[in-house]
Design a protein around this ligand. Structure first.
Ligand code: ATP
Ligand code: MG
Length: 196
């Protein structure tokens, strides 16, 4: 069995995440891609991130209609900071030894991965997939030091940062996020104020 794991803040989840997950799922024949919203992201400590529950529900709504996508509360329900190392270890135990895990990231995240908590061990725990992302280069040197796969995915110049800015500025986010996520954002008046 092969399972993809896509970690992220998902504040909010957008079509860039979904298109990337689907392309990687198809490329490696993954049975499932599990989206894992971060609890308290270690690298976004200073920022004011939307509540974990809002981010979880938006992720849930975004994957609801696709039986090959799922969402996990593993990092949200864990106290303290979330480290990918702990998450992958826990998911590895949960799925058992016959399961190969594929951790999916965009090129921007893969660039910094060597700075992560227990990075050398993390790279031995699972496969890593670095997906292309507009404005970031997929470097060959990413391959060094572990089983890292580089994958070209359809270019989606969408970021959560820009979506939050759009909502604040009254610009449309339609067709950039799933409709249910768009409705949720407006219903709960997310991103209207604050420095995010
Ligand atoms: P923010 O602007 O708040 O950082 P983001 O759009 O980068 O949000 P994240 O939740 O930080 O979204 O990203 C989760 C994962 O999805 C990361 O591995 C990131 O590289 C990847 N990703 C995000 N957007 C895209 C995209 N448009 N194309 C490919 N990968 C993406
Ligand atoms: Mg990001």
């Amino acid at each position: 069995m092969r399972i993809g794991v896509m970690g992220g803040t998902f504040d909010p989840i957008h079509l860039g995440h979904l298109v990337t997950a689907e392309a990687v799922r198809h490329r490696f024949g993954l049975q499932q891609v599990v989206f894992v919203p971060t609890g308290r992201p270690p690298h976004k400590r200073g920022n004011d991130v939307s509540s974990a529950e809002h981010r979880y529900v938006m992720t849930f709504l975004a994957v609801l209609s696709n039986p090959e996508f799922g969402v996990s509360r593993i990092e949200i329900d864990r106290l303290g900071y979330s480290y990918t190392f702990d998450t992958m270890l826990a998911l590895g135990e949960m799925y058992g030894p016959d399961c190969e895990l594929y951790f999916i990231t965009g090129a921007d995240v893969m660039r910094d991965i060597h700075t992560w908590h227990r990075a050398p061990e993390l790279l031995t725990l699972c496969h890593f997939v670095a997906a292309s992302r507009p404005d970031y280069t997929l470097c060959e040197r990413f391959r060094q030091g572990g089983h890292i796969h580089l994958v070209e995915v359809p270019a989606m110049a969408i970021s959560s940062t820009d979506l939050r800015r759009r909502v604040r500025a009254g610009e449309p986010i339609r067709y950039l996020v799933p409709e249910a996520v768009e409705n949720y954002i407006y219903e709960h008046r997310l991103y209207l104020n604050g420095a995010r």
